[in-house]
Each structure stands twice: as C-alpha cells, then as structure tokens.
Design a protein around this ligand. Structure first.
Ligand code: UDX
Length: 444
C-alpha cells in the first residue's frame, strides 16, 4: 500500500532513505533546514557523492513521488509516517553525541501533529533517547497518545547506501512495549517490499533497538582494530597480516570481512559512535563495560601515526619541503566523505610537519580543500605523483589500485610507495623496482 512519508534530514542517510522510500512505491517529502540543499535536491541534484543515488532521486522527483521542502508544517500535514534521519555528530570537546538536531526535529514536528502519526527515528542516538523523545512527543503533539514514536536504526554503508536501503540485511523496529500502538503495523506496511523477500524483521524494545545500532558499529570497529593490532605484531616479526587474515577468516565463526588491515576506520559513524557509546556507558555507571573501546580507538589512531612515521623515516627524518604524494582523501572509496578521514589526517599531519604534500582524490577534493585550504590539491593522480619522493596510497580507490607501477615509476623522484590500505599488487610494484611498504606485511 502506498503510504505518505516524510524524512527529516537530507544528508547521506536522509536523502537516500527518502529516494529509497519513493522507489518502494511511497509518496515522500524530504525536509531540511538548509534551503540551498533543498533547492538542489528539488532540481534532482544530490549534494554529495553516492553511487546510484542521483539516478534514483531524479527518477522519483520526475515521477512526482518525491519532493523536498524546508517547511516542517507542510510535511506534518502531508505525511502519516515521519522518519528522522538528521546527524548526531560528536560534541565539541567531548565524546558524547550532539543531540541538537534530533531534539530540534521533535520540538518542531510534534506540535504540528494534528492527526495520528508515527515517527520512526533512524539517527544513531545514545540509549535512552527514544524513550525520552516518545514522552516528549506525547506531551507536545495536539493528538497526544496518537502520535507514537519508535526507533528504526539504519545500517547503511556509504558507497552502498542505495542497495542497503532497498535490500537491507535486517530491519529492526524498537517500540515502547508498554504502549506498542501502531508502530509495528505501520513499519510492516512501509517495508512490505523487503519483508516479502524474507528480510529478517525484528521487533524489540526501544533501548534494544538503539543498542543494536551502536553495538553493530562497535563490533565492526573492534574487528578492524583487532586486525590492525595484529598488524603491529606482524610488522616486527616479518609475518604477513593479509595471509593471516585469509587464514583466520576461513573460520566461519570469524569471517574474512572487516579484517582489512591498513590505515584504520574513519567516517561519520564508526569513530564517533564508539566514543558516544563510551560516554553513554559512563553516564549509566557501566563505563568499565566499554573500556576496551578506548583501546579500539587508540589502535585505530596509532595506524595514522605509523604511516606518518614511516614517511618521515623514508625521507631520512625531516620532511620539510620534501615532496609527498598522498593518493586519497575520502575516508573510504566510493565516497566524497572526509569526516574523520584517516587519509586526510595523514596528509594534514605531514603538511603541518612542513612536507610539500600533494593530494589527489577522485571525488573528495572539494570537501578536503574546505577543511585544509593550505594543502596543495593536485588535479590528477599524475599531477600528485609528479616528482614525488614518496607515494602514499591512503584510500583504496580503484583508480589507485590499478596504477601501473612502471608508468608511475617514470614520474617520481624516488620509487618508494607506502600502501597504507594494502590494496596494491605488492609483487608487481616490487618487480617494477619499487621499495614497497605495506601495512603489517613487507615491512623493512
Ligand atoms: C559504517 C557501518 O558499516 C554501517 O553499517 C553503519 O550504518 C555506518 O557506519 P560506513 O561509515 O559507510 O558504514 O563505512 P564502512 O564501510 O563500515 O567503513 C568504515 C571504515 O572502516 C572506513 O574508513 C574503511 O576504510 C574502514 N575499514 C573497513 C577498514 O579499515 N578495514 C576493513 O576491513 C573494513
């Protein structure tokens, strides 16, 4: 059945969710407080890089099933189901999540609800938030108890956001078990398409739903830091962490995914989510339960220092005015997102140490230059590596993975490459006469 849906927030999560809901057959209105963003989206333009999303968005803006507004009242009178997909960034000077945007959606939307409505939160929030917001909605909404709030955490990955939205691994719906209301029924209608494909549909209480999301991200972060910690041991023993990951990954209980040793995790989710999780555990008096996440964070940040140290070592100690090519600025390939990007962090640290850093990224240049206006951003891979004394591959874009080591070798002053994502065919680079330094392998 076609439903009328609003999505508050039009960032990576909200814009994708809005277009995905339209693709599922619903009538959708996307809401944001940024008029420039809304104008672009209304023209069918996506203000960030996400493969497949521009096509999907244009399709449904054209079909009339998807539109955008800055007017919350318009969304409140149009829709029966309201999703919240605004950001919960790390607070300045603290580990905790900044709830300003989520709170402000509730404060704006709830007083406008003059007929029964279901609000489904998707943003990643500290456990306990949904119960607080559900009570606030009942208090503010003119329809009182007929405005119900549930939590429906989102697990999408940037770069695969469309696929993850249309074909999720699982759906989790948190409801207040004492007042379940219509939330499960409405969520089943919204996601009827996925449910018909036997996507697991899990109904939990509000706190569990909130915790499922942060636990999943904490587990993924832990898996990455685990293999990066092992990489540190490999580096001093001559072992190869990639072969090791293949071998342990064959154990189905462990699995090979997210055992990619390298420069560690970044982005708008994993780093801030584990920190917010620790902060929340502290508030709840169980900080000891999550102290291991501090280690996860530390291992992760050490990878960046390791790469910076390797560059300095290879340059003989002083990087001042030495030419360093950094390939990659996005936190991962198929994204223009530079939030907490390990690649950009390495480039920034080398830049601050006085190196002549030339960065190239296929999609993230504008975002990166806005944060680091004093770094030199090259126009192409070739321009970044021209006369470089050392090349650092910091994001594993396909364009970098496929570089021809012979051709690249002719452009550089010195054939030294640091493969900070273990994404290059090491043997080909070694055969072409390069000094190749991987992460947790081929160390020298
Ligand atoms: C993550 C979760 O995967 C997703 O379920 C959640 O909804 C949001 O957070 P995302 O931030 O898009 O998604 O990126 P992801 O693909 O998980 O990668 C996170 C970081 O880990 C990247 O910086 C990536 O380079 C790094 N990573 C990933 C590794 O260093 N090694 C790996 O093996 C895998």
């Amino acid at each position: 059945m076609t439903m009328r849906i609003s999505v508050f927030g039009t960032g990576y999560l909200g814009a994708t969710h809005a277009a995905g809901m339209a693709e599922l057959g619903h009538e959708v209105i996307g809401v944001d407080i940024d008029p420039a963003k809304i104008e672009r989206l209304q023209r069918g333009e996506v203000p960030f890089y996400e493969p497949g999303l521009p096509e999907l968005l244009r399709k449904h803006v054209d079909s009339g099933r998807l539109r955008f507004t800055t007017d919350a009242a318009e969304a409140a009178s149009f829709a029966d189901v309201h999703f919240i997909g605004v950001g919960t960034p790390q607070k300045k000077g603290s580990y905790a999540a900044d709830m300003t945007f989520v709170d402000s959606v509730i404060e704006t939307l709830a007083p406008l609800l003059i007929r029964p409505a279901v609000i489904l939160g998707k943003s990643t929030v500290p456990v306990g938030t949904a119960a607080r917001l559900a009570a606030r909605v009942r208090e503010l909404a003119p329809v009182g108890d007929d405005a119900q709030l549930g939590w429906n955490p989102e697990f999408l990955r940037e770069g695969f956001a469309v696929e993850d939205t249309l074909r999720p691994d699982r759906l989790v719906i948190g409801v207040d078990k004492d007042r379940p209301g219509r939330i499960e029924e409405v969520a089943r209608e919204v996601y009827a398409d996925a449910i018909s494909r036997e996507t697991p549909f899990l109904v939990t209480d509000l706190a569990t739903a909130e915790l499922v999301k942060v636990s999943a991200n904490a587990f993924l972060a832990t898996k990455i830091s685990f293999i990066n910690a092992i990489a540190e041991v490999c580096e001093v023993t001559g072992a190869d962490v990639t072969e090791l990951a293949d071998a342990i990954g064959h154990d189905a209980r462990i699995g090979r995914k997210f055992l990619g040793a390298g420069l560690g995790f970044g982005g708008g989710c994993l780093p801030k989510d584990i920190r917010a999780f620790m902060a929340r555990a502290g508030e709840l008096g169980v900080d000891q339960a999550l102290t291991f996440l501090r280690e996860v964070d530390d291992v992760n940040l050490r990878r960046r220092q390791h790469v910076v140290s390797l560059v300095k070592r290879e340059l003989g100690g002083a990087p001042l005015s030495r030419r360093v090519a950094v390939l990659g600025a996005a936190f991962k390939p198929e994204s223009d997102d530079i939030r907490d990007s390990p690649a950009l962090d390495v480039a920034g640290q080398l830049h601050l140490a006085g190196a002549d850093v030339r960065v190239f990224d296929p999609e993230a240049m504008a975002n990166a230059a806005a944060v680091w206006p004093t770094i030199t951003f090259a126009e192409s891979t070739a321009a970044a590596i021209a006369d470089a004394e050392i090349v650092v591959v910091a994001t594993e874009w396909k364009e970098f993975r496929g570089l021809d080591p012979h051709a690249v070798g002719e452009a550089v002053a010195n054939k030294v490459v640091i493969d900070a994502r273990n994404c290059l065919p090491a043997d080909s680079w070694l055969d072409a006469g390069w000094r190749y330094i991987g992460m947790g392998r081929y160390s020298s």
